[in-house]
Design a protein around this ligand. Structure first.
Ligand SMILES: [Zn+2]
Ligand SMILES: [Zn+2]
Length: 632
C-alpha cells in the first residue's frame, strides 16, 4: 500500500478541496481522515466532495466544522428540535465537543436521517455539529446505555488514542516480503480462538478467546507466550464476533500492556461487553479473583474499540487492511477478509459461519475480492455431522414441548444468551403464540434481545421490518423475563412452561440451577438445541449419563440423578453442518488456493481438510495450536 505522509496528505486534500471551504486542519483518527472546515455550505456545494477526497487519500474521510464556527449547544439543540420531525422519536441529544459531533438517539433513525441524509445535512449546515444518529432499543438496554455513556465520557482519551494510532499509519518501513500465521488457540479444538498474523512490520491478532468450559488455565487461555512478542508490539486485534471463545481474552491484553485498537462491528462491541462482564461475574462467583481481568480492563478495551460495519475497508497498518463480511452466525458476526501488502496475499478467516437458513440472519457471504488462503471453522466438519433442516428442527421442538406440557411437565432449554436464545424465541413465537404457553427467559437473553433491536440492519429482512414497524418478536407477551427470586417457583410450581436459560452447555449459569431443581421429575424435559463441547456437562448428559457430579449449596460435590427426559434437537445451530461447510467452500468466489481448517473438536478439522482436498484439488491442512505457517 502506498502510504501518504502527512505533507502528502495535506497536499492531496488541498488539491481536491475548494479554497472557499476554509480548511483549518486535517487529522488522522486511526483508520479515517477528518477534514475541518470553516465554511460547511461551501463544502456541500459539491455533493461528491467526500467521495472525491476519499478516492484521493484512499481512506474514509469525515468532514467536521472547525470548533470556532460551531453554534453554541443550547442554541443548536433548539435548532435541531425544529429540524428533526417528531415522528423520529428522538430520545436524547448529546453534544461531544471533542469530536464536534452531536449524538442523536432516536427510535426511528430513518426519519431522523431523512431521505438521502437530507435531515442530517440540514443539521450540520445549520448548527455546524456533525450529527451521528443512534437507534434506541425497543426495550431498555443497560449495556447499550453504559457503552454509549462511557464512549461519550471518555471522548478526550479516545481522541488522543485515535490520533496516536493515525500517526502510526504514516510510518512506512520498507517492503513486505513474507507473511506468517501462528495458531495460538482454537486449532484442533473449540474454544480460545486466537491467531497471530505477522509480516515484516506488522503483528495482528485475529480473535483472542477463552475456553469457558474448563477451569484448567493451561487449556482455557490462548498461548500468548508463544508469540515471542511483548503485548506492546501488537498493532491490532480484530474480533470476528462476540462469543467468548473469540473475544473472552481481549481485556486481558489491555491489563498487560496492550494499548492498540480492537476492531469489531458495532453489535459485536455491545455484545462483547455484555458477555465479558458476565464471564468475570461467573468466574469470580466461583472463587474471588478467578477471572483473568476485571471491569477496569473491559472499560479500557471499550475505549480502544474501533467499530466497522460490513464492507468498510479499513487500514490496520501500512501493510494490512481488512474488511468484515456477514458470517450469518450471531448478531454482528463476521468473516474477516485480510489484504496483505499491495496485492501480495489475501486471507479469508471465516470465524464461525452459518451457510444456511436461520430465522435471524442471511447466510454467510461467499464473495470476496480475492482469496489465496482460506481459514475455515470445522465445528461440524466431521464425516457424520449432518443436521436436519430448520423446518424439521422447529417441528421437532414444538412436538417435544407440546408433549411435555400435556404431561404437565416443564421444558428446560439451555441456550447461549446470544444467538441461540433469539433464534429459539423466533421459532416459539411463530409456532406457539396461540397456545397460551409461557416461555420464561432467564439471564442475559433479555439484554441480548434488546441489543438485537438496536441493529435491525444486521438481521434478516423480515425481522428487520418487524422491528422497524414496532412489532419486535422479542417483546411478545408470551415471553416472561425471570427474576432470580422466582426461579424456585417456576421450577417447582404446577404450571407447565418452557424455560430458556444460559449457559447453553450447562457449564454454569442459571440453566444449571434449573436443572438441579428439575432433574428429579420424569415429567420434565431437558432439550438441547446447541453445540455441546467435548468437556461440557451438557455432553455428559446428552451421552446418557444418569448421574452427574454437581456442586451443592455447601460447595461440596454431590451426585445429581437425571430422571427427566432428554432430547437433542439439531438444526438450530448457528454453525454450518458438514454439507453447509462444503457448500460454502464450493460457492466461494474466487476459489482459494490453500485451505486451513480450525475451530473443531477431535478429528473434525482433519476430516474436513481431507474432504476439501479431494473436492477442491488444493492444498489443505488442519494445523494444531502452536503451528506456524508461512503463507508467502
Ligand atoms: Zn460463535
Ligand atoms: Zn466459536
Amino acid at each position: 500500500m502506498t502510504v501518504l505522509n502527512s505533507k502528502e496528505l495535506q497536499a492531496a486534500v488541498e488539491e481536491v478541496l475548494p479554497p472557499e471551504c476554509g480548511l483549518t486542519k486535517i487529522e488522522v483518527e486511526g483508520p479515517q481522515v477528518v477534514v475541518y472546515v470553516r465554511n460547511i455550505s461551501a463544502f456541500y456545494g459539491d455533493e461528491n466532495l467526500i467521495t472525491k477526497l476519499a478516492g484521493k487519500v484512499r481512506k474514509k474521510v469525515l468532514v467536521r466544522v472547525d470548533a470556532a464556527s460551531l453554534m453554541p449547544p443550547e442554541k443548536a439543540l433548539a435548532t435541531i428540535k425544529t429540524l428533526i420531525p417528531p415522528e423520529a422519536g428522538v430520545e436524547q441529544v448529546r453534544f461531544d465537543a471533542v469530536f464536534n459531533e452531536v449524538i442523536i438517539e432516536a427510535l426511528k433513525p430513518g426519519i431522523a436521517i431523512g431521505k438521502g441524509g437530507s435531515v442530517l445535512k440540514s443539521v450540520i449546515l445549520n448548527t455546524g455539529w456533525s450529527p451521528r444518529v443512534l437507534r434506541a432499543p425497543t426495550t431498555p438496554s443497560e449495556v447499550s446505555k453504559a457503552v454509549r455513556g462511557a464512549l461519550l465520557a471518555n471522548s478526550e482519551e479516545r481522541k488522543k488514542f485515535l490520533l496516536g494510532l493515525g500517526k502510526k499509519m504514516f510510518i512506512s518501513e520498507g517492503t513486505c516480503d513474507w507473511i506468517k500465521i501462528t495458531a495460538l488457540g482454537g486449532f484442533k479444538e473449540v474454544g480460545r480462538s486466537c491467531m497471530l498474523l505477522q509480516t515484516p512490520h506488522s503483528n495482528v491478532l485475529v480473535d483472542c478467546g477463552i475456553n469457558a468450559d474448563t477451569s484448567d488455565k493451561e487449556r482455557a487461555y490462548p498461548y500468548l507466550n508463544a508469540m515471542n512478542l511483548a503485548l506492546e508490539q501488537l498493532d491490532a486485534v480484530i474480533v470476528s464476533h462476540a462469543h467468548l471463545d473469540h473475544c473472552g481474552f481481549v481485556p486481558y491484553l489491555y491489563a498487560y500492556g496492550y494499548e492498540g485498537p480492537t476492531y469489531c462491528t458495532p453489535p459485536t462491541r455491545d455484545l462483547m461487553v455484555l458477555l465479558q462482564q458476565d464471564c468475570i461475574n461467573v468466574m469470580n462467583s466461583e472463587g474471588e479473583g478467578n477471572a483473568p481481568y476485571g471491569e477496569r480492563e473491559i472499560k479500557k478495551e471499550l475505549n480502544h474499540v474501533i467499530t466497522r460495519d460490513y464492507g468498510e475497508v479499513t487500514d490496520v497498518t501500512p501493510e494490512i487492511r481488512f474488511t468484515f463480511h456477514n458470517a450469518g452466525h450471531i448478531l454482528g458476526s463476521s468473516s474477516v477478509h485480510i489484504h496483505v501488502g499491495e496485492g501480495m496475499h489475501n486471507i479469508v478467516y471465516t470465524g464461525d459461519i452459518k451457510f444456511g437458513r436461520t430465522n435471524l440472519f442471511d447466510a454467510a457471504d461467499t464473495y470476496f475480492p480475492r482469496i489465496e488462503t482460506l481459514l475455515i471453522e470445522s465445528t461440524y466438519g466431521g464425516r457424520d455431522d449432518l443436521q436436519p433442516r430448520l423446518d424439521d428442527a422447529e417441528a421437532h421442538l414444538v412436538q417435544a414441548i407440546r408433549k411435555t406440557i400435556e404431561q404437565r411437565g416443564k421444558v428446560l432449554i439451555p441456550v447461549f444468551a446470544v444467538g441461540r436464545a433469539q433464534e429459539i424465541m423466533l421459532a416459539l413465537e411463530s409456532h406457539l403464540k396461540d397456545e397460551n404457553i409461557t416461555v420464561y427467559i432467564d439471564g442475559m437473553s433479555k439484554e441480548a434481545s434488546a441489543i438485537h433491536t438496536i441493529y435491525p440492519e444486521y438481521l434478516r429482512r423480515n425481522v428487520q421490518r418487524r422491528i422497524l414497524q414496532n412489532d419486535s418478536p422479542f417483546d411478545k407477551e408470551m415471553f416472561k423475563h425471570v427474576v432470580s427470586k422466582d426461579r424456585k417457583d417456576i421450577a417447582e410450581g404446577d404450571e407447565p412452561c418452557v424455560i430458556l436459560a444460559p449457559s447453553g452447555m450447562l457449564s454454569g449459569g442459571t440453566s444449571v440451577e434449573f436443572l438441579k431443581m428439575m432433574a428429579g421429575d420424569a415429567r420434565n424435559a431437558l432439550v438441547f438445541v446447541g453445540y455441546q463441547s467435548a468437556m461440557s456437562l451438557g455432553r455428559k448428559i446428552q451421552n446418557g449419563e444418569k448421574e452427574v457430579p454437581m456442586l451443592n449449596e455447601r460447595h461440596k460435590v454431590d451426585a445429581l440423578k437425571i430422571n427427566l427426559g432428554i432430547d437433542t434437537i439439531d438444526g438450530f445451530s448457528g454453525h454450518s453442518d458438514r454439507s453447509q461447510l462444503l457448500a460454502y467452500v464450493r460457492n466461494l468466489r474466487p476459489k482459494p488456493s490453500r485451505i486451513l481448517t480450525m475451530h473443531g473438536d477431535e478429528n473434525k478439522p482433519e476430516d474436513l481438510a481431507r474432504t476439501l482436498n479431494r473436492m477442491m484439488h488444493v492444498e489443505t491442512r488442519a494445523p494444531m495450536d502452536l503451528d506456524s505457517i508461512r503463507l508467502k
